[in-house]
Design a binder for this molecule. Structure first.
Ligand SMILES: Nc1ncnc2c1ncn2[C@@H]1O[C@H](COP(=O)(O)OP(=O)(O)O)[C@@H](O)[C@H]1O
Ligand SMILES: [Mg+2]
Length: 287
């Protein structure tokens, strides 16, 4: 990589691809709709470092779910390349776990059995399997509900099961497609904090798709803003704040504003001046 490329990457808020765990290189996707070609994604380039938390935000239909499907290996019909740990993605694999907005649990299976589905491709003994499942039941706070069926669970609990199923095979990358979008605000906040706790413990690389700017800025290290028709990257916003982050803090609020502006405006954002906060002089405002 020459100096010019490195500068270009830095300008685009991207790490050095040689050191990244996930690489999208010039990825494009075209669907055929009623015999007509429909370009859903164009020239998507993104490098994700090991342990990073990336959020992808963008309006409905800009290709977010399609990108996750390509990375998870559910669709091989695309242009460009996707590498995980230097290997070209070909089909699904235990190194990538995925959680969808709808929990997609099987109603005739118990919590433990649903989580165990995440291990179907793992060569484990029955004892090892049970131990792993129990560990993840505990991790997501469902101890005592191992034998419950999905209809006996709340939306938040069902999504916890889905997260445990996504993690049980110890993937290196966790993919989440609007996982908290259907939950009430309080449960959503609770699960966001649990996701951060899981990350702190496991350091797992995380790629979250959301349409919620607040969620993206609260959780992620970098937020990829996409624009539609065809879906492509508009900008990448660094969220350079340590965890735990204050949901109502000024710093997060400013980043959220910037992000919302990226999502809806022309991208030429100038933060508003804060001259006075309830009588506090500006030099005393911690940003
Ligand atoms: N299987 C498919 N066949 C045809 N068009 C599709 C298919 N899947 C997605 N699309 C189209 O591709 C675009 C991107 O879809 P999607 O990735 O689901 O967007 P998002 O998740 O950002 O809402 C949308 O316009 C959608 O209608
Ligand atoms: Mg989607």
């Amino acid at each position: 990589m020459n100096a010019f490329n490195i500068l270009a990457l830095q300008a685009a808020n991207q790490p050095d691809p040689a050191e990244s765990l996930v690489r999208f290189d010039g990825v494009g996707k075209t669907f055929s709709v009623d015999g007509q070609a429909f370009e859903a994604i164009r020239d998507f380039n993104l490098s994700i470092n090991e342990g990073e938390f990336i959020a992808i935000v963008g309006s409905s239909g800009c290709g977010k779910s399609t990108l996750l499907r390509l990375l998870v290996g559910l669709d091989a019909d695309y242009s460009g390349q996707i590498h995980v740990d230097g290997k070209l993605v070909s089909g699904i694999g235990g190194d990538r776990g995925i959680v969808f907005q709808e929990h997609r649990l099987f109603p005739w299976l118990t919590v433990a059995q649903n989580i165990a589905l995440g291990l179907v491709n793992e060569p484990l003994t029955q004892g090892e399997r049970a131990r792993k499942v129990n560990g993840f039941v505990e991790l997501v706070g469902l101890k005592g509900f191992e034998s419950a069926y999905p209809h006996q669970l709340s939306g938040g609990m069902s999504q916890r099961v889905a997260i445990a199923r996504g993690l049980v095979a110890s993937p290196r990358i966790l993919l989440l497609d609007e996982p908290f979008g259907a939950l009430d605000a309080l449960t959503r906040q609770q699960l966001q904090d649990e996701l951060l706790a899981i990350r702190e413990r496991s350091g797992i690389t995380t790629l979250l798709v959301t349409h919620d700017a607040e969620e993206a800025t609260y959780l992620a290290d970098r937020v990829v803003v996409m624009e539609p028709r065809p879906g492509r990257i508009k900008s990448i916003v660094d969220i350079d704040l340590p965890h735990p982050r204050a949901r109502t803090g000024v710093a997060l609020h400013r980043l959220r504003e910037k992000l919302l502006h990226q999502l809806t405006g022309d991208g030429n954002y100038l933060p508003p001046r804060i001259d006075r906060v309830e009588g506090v002089r500006p030099e005393f405002i911690a940003l």
